[in-house]
Design a protein around this ligand. Structure first.
Ligand SMILES: Nc1ncnc2c1ncn2[C@@H]1O[C@H](COP(=O)(O)OP(=O)(O)OP(=O)(O)O)[C@@H](O)[C@H]1O
Ligand SMILES: O=P(O)(O)OC[C@H]1O[C@H](OP(=O)(O)OP(=O)(O)O)[C@H](O)[C@@H]1O
Length: 215
């Protein structure tokens, strides 16, 4: 039996779509409402909070998982990235009030110290450390765009897709951090018994999701 972790929320529909593309049976999974584990044919699916998905793979609870690359970057779980579904595409960016733009563009006094609100403290820490900027990170669980208005932070590091949320909160993109999409991952040292099937799923996703775009 192959165990696959799937993110709940925004990524769930795309994860199911990718598995379907790879020929994995998903009828029961599509019908699931509050069940967090679903058995179907030779597969067992586990529905987990997006940020927890890498953990289930890392500890060997599941063989495979679909996870946003933002979540994988934040977890730094040393997993094997098997395929990019090209679904769930968005961007991780640093955003803030327009008045900060000249400092980010290097036109005004150097960027020395910033307070950054984010759901991604590890990514923020690495990103600003690589630029030599000292930061104080304010970890929030959502509605991050509120932080600059409330003077909790100078800027945010968060996801943008359509740009609607940034615009609605009078924020602008100051820097690109990374593109994001939904990836198929496995643990590095899994059992060989399921590997053939994992590769079949990987190939299915690679060949069927190549040109897929949902933005
Ligand atoms: N605007 C967006 N467009 C596309 N994908 C997004 C967007 N926002 C988040 N995602 C993707 O979806 C994942 C988060 O999904 P979701 O917002 O449902 O989770 P969550 O915030 O952990 O859930 P909850 O709001 O219940 O705490 C992100 O990790 C990212 O990969
Ligand atoms: O560019 P847009 O299309 O407007 O999308 C961006 C928004 O989507 C995500 O939030 P989500 O809706 O997941 O809510 P959250 O604030 O609880 O994380 C992200 O954190 C942004 O706030």
């Amino acid at each position: 039996m192959i165990k696959i972790a799937i993110p709940t929320g925004r990524g769930q529909r795309d994860a199911i779509k990718a598995l379907k593309f790879a020929g994995v049976p998903t009828e029961k999974l599509e019908r699931a409402s509050r069940e967090l584990s679903v058995e179907e044919g030779n597969f067992m699916f586990f529905l987990a909070k997006p940020m927890d998905v890498p953990l289930y793979v890392y500890y060997g609870t599941t063989d495979l998982a679909l996870a946003g690359s933002d979540v994988l970057m934040e977890a730094s779980a040393n997993l094997l990235e098997l395929a990019d579904t090209n679904l769930g595409r968005c961007r991780l960016v640093v955003a803030g009030p327009r008045s900060l733009k000249p400092r980010f563009d290097g036109h005004e006094k150097e960027l020395m110290w910033l307070r950054v609100a984010t759901k991604y403290p590890n990514i923020a820490d690495r990103h600003f450390a690589s630029k030599g900027v000292r930061v104080e990170i304010v970890k929030l669980h959502g509605a991050v765009e509120l932080a600059p208005r409330l003077n909790i932070a100078d800027c945010i590091l968060d996801i943008t897709q359509t740009g609607t949320t940034l615009e609605a909160n009078e924020l602008t993109v100051l820097e690109e951090v990374s593109p994001v999409s939904l990836k198929l991952v496995s643990r590095r040292h899994g059992s060989a018994s399921y590997w053939k099937e994992c590769l079949r799923i990987t190939e299915g996703i690679k060949s069927n999701c190549r040109g897929t775009q949902d933005v």
